[in-house]
Every structure is written in C-alpha cells, then in structure tokens.
Design a protein around this ligand. Structure first.
Ligand SMILES: Cc1cc2nc3c(=O)[nH]c(=O)nc-3n(C[C@H](O)[C@H](O)[C@H](O)COP(=O)(O)OP(=O)(O)OC[C@H]3O[C@@H](n4cnc5c(N)ncnc54)[C@H](O)[C@@H]3O)c2cc1C
Length: 399
C-alpha cells in the first residue's frame, strides 16, 4: 500500500467517519480540528438508505438505534401555541424503512469514541498552507508546526479552509439558497416530552423539540433572507442577525431567543450548497460539506458524509493507496448519489419556509385537514418519496 500517511482537516461527521474507514483499511491518520474539542451541537439528524448500510458495516447500527431520539409526535402550532395539525413522529419526520433519527451530537461523540484510540487527533489547530511536491504535501499549521503528509483531506465543512487553499475562494463554489438556519439548546419551557412543535410565520419558521436523550429542548430557526454579510466566527453578530430576523414574531419565539446567549452549542449558517467539477487536485481531496454540501434543507448532510467517507476510503484502499486512481473511483462512485441528494435542498426548503401570510394560512389549513384524514401516512409518504429515492441512489461496493 502506498500513501498511507493521511491528514484530515476537520473532525466533523465526515472527517471522523473517514478516519474510521482509513484506519480499518490500514492507513495511518491524523485529524486536525480547529475547535478545542469535538463540536457536539446540532439538531437531530436522519440516517437513511445507503448510510444505514454504512453504519451497519461499521458495527454501529444497534448503538445508533439505542440512542434514537424517540420523538413520538409532531405538530404545527399557531401564534397562540394551539396545535393545528398533529401526527406521529415518524410521519411528521418523513421516516420509513428503519431510518434512524439521532441527535447530531450523539452520533458525533459515538464516532469519536470509536476512533480516538487509533487515530491521532489534534485540536485547536488548523492548516494555514499546503505545498504539494512529488512525494507528498508540506503542511504548516496555525500553531507554527509543520509536517509532510502523503495525502490531505479537507473535511472542514461548508466554509472549508482546505478548499480555499487548494481550489480557490469559496465564492466560486457556494450557491446561496436564500435562507439562514440557527440551532441551539434551550430550556424545556414548554415541557415537551419527545414532541416537536413547528411554528410557521411568513418567511420565518421556528421549531422546538425534546428527545428521549435530552433533558432540555432544542430550538431551530429557518428564515428567508437576501445574503447577509457577517463574520463566521463572530457569534454575537450572528445572534443579532437572528434576533432582528424574528423581531415581533409570535408563539414562543421571544422566550426561545431570550436564551440564545446562554446556549453552549449555538450554530448559525446560510443554507448553501457546494458545487464543484472535481473534488480532488493532486494529493488533496475534499469530503462531506466541503466538497458537496447539500444544505440542511436536504435532510441528507449526515448521510452524504457517512457514505462519502466509506467510498473515499474504500476506493483509495482498492487502488492500493494510488491517489489518482482512488480519487477517480471516489468521483465515479459518488457523483450520481450526490447530485440526487443536492436536488432535494431547494425543493424541501419551499415546504419548510412559507413566502407570505396567504401561503402560511393555506398551508396551515391543508396540514390541519390532512392530519385528520384516514390514510394520511400514505399521502405524506408520497411527499417524502424523493428523499428516500435519493438516499438509496447508490449501490455500495464491498471494499
Ligand atoms: C456544530 C454543528 C452543528 C450542526 N448542526 C446541524 C443540524 O442541526 N442539522 C444539519 O442538517 N446539519 C448540521 N450541521 C452540519 C452537518 O453536521 C453537516 O452537514 C454534515 O454532518 C456533514 O458534515 P461535515 O463533517 O462535512 O461538516 P461539518 O459538520 O461542518 O464539520 C466540519 C468540521 O470541521 C471543523 N473545521 C472548520 N474549519 C476548520 C479548519 N479551518 N481547520 C480544522 N477544522 C475545521 C469544524 O469545526 C467541524 O468540526 C452542523 C454542523 C456543526 C459543525
């Protein structure tokens, strides 16, 4: 095997899952993460289709099922908090065929625990320069350290620094969908018990839920907006943008926003996608959101990260570590799957955030009607069928 010394930038779901598979195929792996520790925040995420097969091959499916959110009901509420449409949790979340829903943070921690003993993790550091030579890539880090690696993988998310260094500024690759998202932990003011509530205002949606695994609750905000310029590392500025966007909004929104400054796991970003013609350049390759972010609206970011990690490691191993052949195989096996899942983002978001008051009223009335109809599960299964088709749009090879 050649090229066995691999550096991964980013200890997110994609980076850690790749570290797992590379180790299993005999590579030696270092992961450098900018944060001081793994970032456990985030909403609940679904593992569907091919990604279920990947976690089963990792031997993690039972553990994931034991950590399931067990959200039992979902309702749409009006500004006064009255539930106008209610359904069981799986129907509300569009889950079928054993799909697993787990808190992103729980999955993240689980993957870390399964890799921490045989992967070198370096926290609180990041790559500042990459120089490729014939035998490897010279890397320097913000800490001042320097080293040479056979291959470098950028799994450092939507605003990937590795992508910027190797491929150019993010403006070339990011497509803004016209929305922003924020997620953070909040006290369970509403005493929710494994229930999710969704409030829909014009251009502004807000959600709150509690899970079996979480003593508190989580809040999520999704709003439409023209592009806003902000500093990705300035949390106070992002909190201000969020508060301004929801000023005067009803339901529990003011109380949820009151707690934002106390949340340890505040997350804010634009809903954007990443589109690139190639995911590799020489000895540098991108994975997960850095390469092909489909946006949280696709509901498939985690599954794309897990499947991509499996395929990238598998193709590299199958090519005996030859990066040109391995990266070629990664593109060939994964492209169609990525394209199918990226298509979900723009269409799903239109069902999640309504344009004006008229559309809000119409949607509430329809949801209320549907929720009382016999056979509503079948009807809603048709609505989410494209997600399941996309989630299964790859046949996984055995490596
Ligand atoms: C805190 C957090 C909460 C999230 N919550 C949700 C959610 O609720 N719903 C949803 O759909 N998606 C969420 N996401 C995005 C979701 O995790 C990804 O779409 C998906 O899991 C693919 O993951 P990824 O590993 O490619 O990217 P990410 O999850 O973004 O992970 C990238 C990792 O790289 C690190 N990093 C960034 N820049 C550098 C750098 N320069 N050097 C080193 N490390 C760097 C980040 O700290 C992070 O740990 C969240 C992401 C984060 C980081």
């Amino acid at each position: 095997m050649q090229n066995t010394n691999v550096l991964i930038s980013g200890a997110g779901i994609a980076g850690i899952a790749l570290a797992y598979w590379l180790r299993r195929h005999g590579f030696s792996v270092t992961v450098v993460e900018r944060a001081e520790t793994i970032r456990e925040g985030g909403y609940k995420v679904d593992i569907r289709g091919a990604a279920l097969e990947v976690v089963e091959r990792m031997g993690l499916l039972d553990e994931i099922r034991s950590m399931r959110t067990d959200v039992r009901a979902g309702s749409v509420v009006n500004a006064a908090g009255r539930r106008v449409a209610s359904m069981d949790g799986d129907t509300f979340g569009g889950r079928v065929h054993g799909d697993a829903e787990i808190l992103r943070g729980d999955l993240h921690r689980m993957l870390f625990e399964h890799t921490k003993d045989d992967v070198t993790y370096v926290f609180d550091d990041s790559i500042v320069s990459l120089n490729e030579g014939r035998e490897g890539v010279d890397v320097t880090f913000a800490s001042g350290k320097a080293d040479v690696y056979d291959l470098v993988v950028g799994a450092d998310g939507l605003h990937s620094a590795t992508r910027a260094l190797a491929f150019g500024p993010e403006e070339r690759f990011l497509r803004d969908l016209g929305y922003y998202i924020s997620i953070f932990s909040t006290p369970n003011h509403l005493n929710l018990d494994r229930e999710e509530l969704t409030y829909i205002g014009p251009g502004r949606t807000a959600l709150a839920y509690s899970t079996a695994k979480d003593a508190g609750a989580k809040a999520m905000f999704l709003f439409s907006s023209d592009p806003v310029s902000y500093d990705h590392r300035d949390r106070a500025q992002q909190e201000r943008i969020l508060r301004d966007a929801y000023a005067g909004e009803g339901w529990e929104v003011p109380r949820m926003l009151d707690g934002v400054a106390d949340a340890a796991d505040f997350y804010f970003d634009s809903l954007s996608q990443v589109h690139m013609e190639r995911w590799s350049k020489g000895r540098v390759v991108l994975l997960g959101d850095a390469a092909y972010c489909a946006s949280p609206a696709s509901g498939q970011g985690t599954s794309l990260a897990l499947v991509g990690a499996y395929v990238l490691a598998g193709e590299l191993a199958a090519a005996g570590g030859d990066h040109e052949a391995g990266f070629e195989g990664y593109e060939r096996e994964l492209r169609t799957f990525v394209d199918a899942n990226q298509k979900l983002g723009p269409s799903n978001i239109k069902r999640m955030v309504m344009r004006g008051k008229g559309q809000v009223r119409f949607s509430m009335a329809m949801l209320s009607l549907i929720s009382r109809m016999p056979g509503k599960e079948k009807m809603l299964a048709k609505v989410v069928a494209p997600i399941h088709q996309a989630a299964n749009a790859i046949s996984l090879k055995s490596y």
